[in-house]
Design a protein around this ligand. Structure first.
Ligand SMILES: [Zn+2]
Length: 84
């Protein structure tokens, strides 16, 4: 088991610093397979260089987020839309 692989709730605190709503309850539509799921139902890979949130069905990288002294870097290219 890869200890970096966690459920999407693990990214709630980090994304909560970026978004002011409860992001784990937002629905994200996967740009690859079309699955619509709450962010909390996805899979999060947390490393020291950043976090990747992946679709639980097809493993597509939905959200990439990194933080450094210059700020947050957020890539949502794997998401067709977020609904909240
Ligand atoms: Zn997918």
């Amino acid at each position: 088991m890869d200890e970096r692989r966690l459920d999407g709730n693990a990214v709630g605190g980090l994304l909560g610093e970026v978004f002011t709503f409860e992001v784990t309850m937002a629905e994200a539509a996967c740009d690859r397979c079309g699955t619509v799921a709450h962010v909390g139902e996805t899979m999060a890979y947390v490393t020291e260089i950043g976090t990747v949130v992946r679709c639980a069905r097809c493993d597509n990288a939905l959200i990439r987020i990194a933080q450094n002294p210059r700020g947050y870097f957020l890539d949502l290219r794997g998401v067709s839309y977020l609904r909240f």
